[in-house]
Each structure stands twice: as structure tokens, then as C-alpha cells.
Design a protein around this ligand. Structure first.
Ligand code: GCU
Length: 695
């Protein structure tokens, strides 16, 4: 999406316009790395778009009053660039803080003003401007009222923290990675190919991302050493690449570090020596990386160490680290993915969905002010459909970030097309009723509902060393869309898809229409042929790819569907089930508690029902399963056909790559259809109303 229509194919359908007068000169007189980055981006972007190489002025003494009257772009911050500051009124300047920005074109004079409070703001403004210039090439200015949206722009990010989590291991593998090996590490060392990391920083910054953790939340032995002299200079080198793009670096840390690398006998958070160890080690990290972001912690989760071993709770654990980080302005991001992973399927009272709330709600108010809890969007684990985590709306006095999974662990592993933005929109727009109507998750994530100092988004990245970054080239839309949504959760799935397709493929209306259509339909299609009605799972154990209805049914992970010959679903009601429904505020609790009002798409998440239960749609559960699975497999075939029609209209290499993934998806969807339909036909003994053959 940063090609700026430089490829032959992406120029098709674009009405390439003449360079604006201001494009001939750029004044960026501040001595700041991020301003230099912005200048580089702007120069490169304008050259690609218009074929003109702007002259750049970086020395303050050349930017005099006389220059002010000549055409050019002036870019900078209020405090360091008086020319920019003068160009905007006081109220315009006051309207944007931190990473916000204002852009104004003075068309007659041939000048463009780009101003912000911080260099980061100027960088985001640059990417915004370039994006608009590309989109402009698809608009014919005479007729299109939306043309030249960039003549005056004022923007402010809605979320303060807009973070990416890498699940990369130092051996070069990526946990749940579907796009090749790590771009950060190989063979137990940091990579020497720093260029790829810089490119990644650029990709992320262009969407508005401002923070990254660079190693897996499961911190193994060697990665535990990242906090030590052994690796700190490598970490610092990576941090400096991200810094140039305004992105702060974090590390996932091993809770048991004081024992594993510090030689202590305990990691008890209340032990003086343990606390001292963290204080000293953290000071060393800051000596190497003065703007280090902080620690991301997975503790007492899936066999990882944590404070429970010492009969301490998660506030004790997190606050210990907070104390070590506080003098340097660092943050502890503490994950809430804590549950019993040694369950027995016969035990119907333990409910994994309840776990995060049960663990963390009682701790509300006990976390230090530089601790943020990171909460997955749903209470289970990134399924194609699950309820929204009830922890959102349950903690008034705790900083929180919302965690999404861009990597498609349970949504087709980047072999299937699955545009996730519509799924995330459902979560963001979910009304928790925590403070009455209008208490949507997006208002908790952005900190406004409870007026929290730290808040935002985090997400597990989907990139790797693949040439196209994301395995499936169209999966880039998820990375792009995540950043855009983190910046502004009000953007629609359609807007984001349209933007990404135009930036990536150009403005040929057929290409834009077909690819956007594929993206926008893909989540429903994937849901149609996989686990039905919100029950989730039904995947092969361990690697999680492909259908296996009972794959997790008798294992210890707590991910059951309880299907037998009578019915299916998890009873999470208060009346007869695990009581999970009561973790929501009244409006939602009541809606989910009753089969009458529970929405169809979550029916089996909340209720155990007979196969003959009639949905709001008028179909029985079993007929719904048959119909959606036949339909989903057909739709997957249509996706492949739609793509095939674009041959000759998109870059041939990308064409081939997507074509082969879509063929695979269409085949694999049939396998899903047949496995699921056969299983439920056999269990229920109920015929398909339409008499289709069930394999
Ligand atoms: C899922 C995933 C794991 C990951 C975990 C987490 O369970 O399968 O690989 O470590 O989530 O989010 O910590």
C-alpha cells in the first residue's frame, strides 16, 4: 500500500494528475529523526506519484521570509518550526495534541502547511497526505465532490497506544505465524537484515501504529536473555529503527527471569531481592534504550510462570514490575489470558470463558497507574465468532487495552481469505452498558468511558519474511485495517477495504469492486463453513488448521461444544449453566440468558439446545448447520472464480499467489463442509430437508 501507484498495473484506471505547485520544494528545518523520516517519505512519495523530485531545505538559515513567499511544503512542529506555527491560528494549533496534526493547502500561493505538536504528528500527517494524493488519482476532480479531501485536514488519534505484538522467537520461528520465518531473528541471533525491519517500521507507521513488542509472549530460555548485556545492544539497534518511525519498542519478559537469569531462588513479587533484581535489570535496559516502552507479560497462563506460585495475585506481580519501570516512564502491559488449561470435560462447572473476569475483576483498583491490562476481544481465544469479553465494562479503575489477533490462527491461517475488520467492528461497537447506553467497547479501549490515563489497542501481527509479508497477499488488508482502526475506530469496514485496495491495486473500478467485495464477504463465508452458531473450535489440535469436530472435545483445554445425539452447545446461563452470562451488565446478561433473546450467531456459545431448536431465522439448528455449510463451500468457490476474472488486471505475481490460495481455500472449504455435516447428520440422525448428499 506504499507503492504510490508506481507499478504498471496499479496505474490502470488512475487519472494521474499534474504535480501540485508546492511539490517542488519541501522545508523541513527541524533537526529531529522523525522529521527527517517524514521528509524522506514525502520526497519519495511525491516522486513516485508525480515523477518530480522535490528540493529539500533542512537548514534553518535557508528558510527565511523570502522563501515563505515561494511555493513549497512547510512541515514541522509548533515549537521548533516558527514558520509552520505562524501559518496556523492559535485555535487550530490547540485543536491537535501529541500525535494529531493539521494540513492546509493554500492553492493560489502554491503552498502546503503541515503542522503538529510533535514530530510523530508530522509523520502521520505525511502518510495521510500521501494516502489522499493516491486516492485523489481515482477521483475526477470536476465531478467528484469528495475530490481533494486533503485541502484541509485535522486529525487526532482516538487511541493513545496503538500497538503490535510480534510472537517471534529468536530461533527464527513465529508462534502462529503463517507468512514465513521471522524478520527479526535467525538461528538464535538478531538478524543482520535491518532493512527489512526498517521497511516494517515504515509499514506500521504509515497506518498509525506507535508501539511494538518484538518477541513472543511465551518467553523461552534464550529470549529471557534479551534483558541482559547478551542481547541489549541488538535490541537497541532494532529500537532505533522503530524510533525513526515514531514507534516505541517493548519486550515480552519472562516472569521468572530473576530465577532463570538472575540466579535467585524465587520470583515472589513481594521478595525484596526479586524487586531489587527487576529494578537493576530495568535500569540497564533503559541505559541501552532510553525511550524503551516497557514489559509485556504473559503470566500464570498456559504453563507460564507467574505470581500464583507464591500465593500472590496478579496485582502484586504487575505492580512489582511497575515500580521498576516507573522512574523511566515505562509501562507494564499485563495480559488477562489466564485460565485453567488442565480441565476435565466432565466438569461442567469450570468455564474457561469465565476465567479472565473471575481473576481480574476482583483486582480492579489495585493496579499501579503504569500498569495496563491487555484483554483479548473474546473470553475464549480469537475464534471466528465468540461473545465479547465481559471484562470490558467490569473495571472502572484499571487501564485496559483491547487485544485482537491479526494473524489468522483460527480464521484460515492466511491460506483462506478472511478480512477481519468486520469482526473487530462488532467488538468495538458492542455496548457494554457499563455506564448505561452508549458504553461501547471502543470507549473503554480509548480510555474515555472511565477517563483512564493509558489505553488503546494491541494486536498479534500477521507478518513474516514472505516477499508479500503476509502469506496471502490480501491478508495485508488486515494489518493495514488494524492500524487504521486503532487510529480511528469509527472508520467502516467498507472504507478501509476501499482505501487499501486502491492504494495497493490502483483505481480500475472492476478491480476495486471485485477485491473489496471479496474482502467484505470473506468473514461470513469462513464462518459459514466452519464451527456453527458461535460454538467455536472444531479444529485440529496443536496447529489449529482444518476441521476436526471433536479435536478438542475430550482434551484439557476447556474448549468444548458438548455435542451428543440430543443436542449441542455450552450452557453458560445462570439458570442451569456456568453462570457466565451474569458477567455482563443487566441488558446483555438478560439478552444472553434466554434462548428467546440470545442472538442466533451466539446461540451455541450461551445455550445447549436440541438440534430441532428453531432459530430466529426460522430454521432448525441442524438445518442451519447443513445450509450454511453447503452455502459456505459454494461461496468459497465463488471467491476463487471472482479472483480468476482479474487475470491481466493485477500484477501477475500477486495474481498467481492469490489464485493458488483461493483454489486451496475452495477445496478446503469442501472438507470443512463434509466433516461438519457428516458429523452432525450421524449424531442427530436428522435428514437434510433438501435431500443433498452428505459425505
Ligand atoms: C493461543 C495460541 C497460543 C498463544 C496464546 C496466547 O492459545 O494458540 O499460541 O500463546 O493464545 O495468546 O498467549
Amino acid at each position: 500500500w506504499l507503492g504510490y501507484l508506481s507499478g504498471d498495473y496499479s496505474r490502470q484506471g488512475a487519472s494521474i494528475k499534474a504535480a501540485p505547485a508546492w511539490a517542488e520544494r519541501i522545508y523541513a528545518i527541524e533537526n529531529h529523526k522523525v522529521i527527517s523520516t517524514a521528509l524522506g517519505e514525502l520526497t519519495q512519495g511525491l516522486e513516485k506519484l508525480f515523477g518530480v523530485k522535490a528540493k529539500t531545505v533542512t537548514a534553518a538559515n535557508q528558510a527565511d521570509e523570502q522563501a515563505l513567499n515561494a511555493p513549497g511544503v512547510w512541515i514541522g512542529t509548533w515549537s521548533e518550526n516558527p514558520f509552520v506555527a505562524q501559518a496556523f491560528s492559535e485555535s487550530e494549533r490547540a485543536a491537535v495534541q501529541g500525535e494529531g496534526y493539521v494540513i492546509r493547502e493554500d492553492e493560489e500561493q502554491g503552498r502546503l502547511w503541515v503542522g503538529a505538536e510533535t514530530p510523530q504528528g508530522a509523520l502521520y500527517a505525511t502518510f495521510h497526505l500521501l494516502r489522499e494524493l493516491v486516492l485523489d488519482q481515482g477521483r475526477s476532480s470536476e465531478t467528484d465532490p469528495s475530490a481533494k479531501k486533503w485541502s484541509y485536514i485535522t486529525e487526532q488519534p482516538r487511541n493513545a497506544l496503538r500497538m503490535i505484538n510480534q510472537w517471534d522467537n529468536v530461533d527464527g520461528s513465529i508462534e502462529r505465524g503463517y507468512a514465513g520465518e521471522s524478520i527479526f531473528y535467525e538461528n538464535g541471533e538478531f538478524t543482520r537484515d535491518i532493512g527489512r525491519i526498517r521497511d516494517y517500521a515504515r509499514l506500521l507507521a504509515s497506518t498509525g501504529i506507535n508501539a511494538i513488542s518484538i518477541n513472543n509472549v511465551n518467553v523461552h530460555q534464550r529470549e529471557t536473555l534479551f534483558l541482559t548485556e547478551r542481547f541489549l545492544s541488538d535490541v537497541a539497534r532494532v529500537a532505533s529503527e522503530f524510533r525513526d518511525y515514531g514507534i516505541r519498542l517493548f519486550l515480552s519478559a519472562n516472569y521468572a527471569s530473576p530465577m532463570e537469569i538472575g540466579g535467585l531462588l524465587t520470583a515472589d513479587p513481594l521478595d525484596e531481592q526479586v524487586r531489587e533484581w527487576w529494578n537493576i535489570q530495568t535500569a540497564k535496559v533503559y541505559a541501552a534504550i532510553p525511550d524503551f516502552g516497557g514489559y509485556l507479560i504473559k503470566a500464570d497462563s498456559e504453563n507460564r510462570p507467574g505470581p500464583f506460585t507464591y500465593n500472590r495475585d496478579h496485582a502484586d506481580g504487575a505492580n512489582m514490575l511497575a515500580e521498576a519501570l516507573r522512574p523511566f516512564g515505562g509501562l507494564v502491559i499485563w495480559r488477562c489470558f489466564v485460565y485453567n488449561c488442565k480441565q476435565d470435560w466432565r466438569d461442567r462447572s469450570t468455564d474457561r470463558a469465565r476465567a479472565a473476569y473471575d481473576h481480574f475483576k476482583p483486582l480492579d483498583g489495585r493496579f499501579a497507574d503504569n500498569v495496563i491490562l491487555q484483554i483479548k476481544n473474546g473470553p475464549m481465544d480469537f475464534q471466528v465468532r465468540e461473545a465479547v469479553s465481559p471484562l470490558f465494562g467490569a473495571m472502572e479503575k484499571t487501564n485496559q487495552v483491547l487485544e485482537f489477533q491479526i494473524t489468522q490462527e483460527y480464521t484460515g491461517q492466511q491460506r483462506h481469505l478472511c478480512y477481519l475488520i468486520p469482526q473487530w467492528k462488532v467488538v468495538l461497537d458492542f455496548d457494554t452498558y457499563a455506564k448505561g447506553q452508549g458504553s461501547e467497547v471502543k470507549r473503554i479501549a480509548d480510555g474515555s468511558l472511565y477517563n483512564r490515563p493509558h489505553s488503546g489497542f494491541a494486536a498479534v501481527s500477521n507478518i513474516g519474511a514472505d516477499a508479500c509479508w503476509t502469506g496471502h497477499p490480501l491478508a495485508q488488508a488486515n494489518l493495514y485495517g488494524y492500524g487504521r482502526l486503532a487510529w480511528n475506530p469509527e472508520l467502516s469496514s467498507e472504507e478501509i477495504a476501499d482505501e487499501w485496495v486502491r492504494l495497493t491495486f490502483g483505481h480500475d473500478e472492476e478491480v476495486v469492486g471485485q477485491i473489496s467485495g471479496m474482502l467484505l464477504n470473506s468473514l461470513d463465508i469462513y464462518e459459514n463453513y466452519t464451527a456453527p452458531l458461535g460454538v467455536g473450535w472444531m479444529v485440529n489440535p496443536d496447529h489449529h488448521y482444518g476441521p476436526n469436530v471433536d479435536g478438542y472435545e475430550y482434551s484439557k483445554w476447556g474448549t468444548y461444544h458438548f455435542a451428543d445425539c440430543h443436542g449441542i452447545g455450552v450452557d453458560r446461563t445462570v439458570k442451569s449453566g456456568t453462570g457466565y452470562a451474569l458477567q455482563y451488565h443487566r441488558e446483555n446478561a438478560e439478552r444472553y440468558e434466554s434462548v428467546e433473546t440470545c442472538p442466533d450467531e451466539l446461540l451455541l456459545f450461551f445455550h445447549h439446545v436440541p438440534y430441532t431448536h428453531v432459530l430466529h431465522s426460522g430454521k432448525t439448528v441442524i438445518q442451519h448447520i447443513y445450509d450454511t455449510h453447503f452455502l459456505g463451500a459454494e461461496q468459497a468457490e465463488v471467491l476463487a472464480e471472482t479472483w480468476r476474472k482479474l487475470e491481466g488486471k493485477v500484477d501477475p505475481e500477486i495474481f498467481e499467489k492469490v489464485a493458488s490460495r483461493q483454489e486451496d481455500q475452495a477445496e478446503h472449504a469442501k472438507e470443512w463442509r463434509d466433516m461438519i455435516n457428516t458429523y452432525f447428520y450421524r449424531k442427530s440422525g436428522i435428514e437434510d430437508e433438501q435431500g443433498r448428499t452428505i459425505y
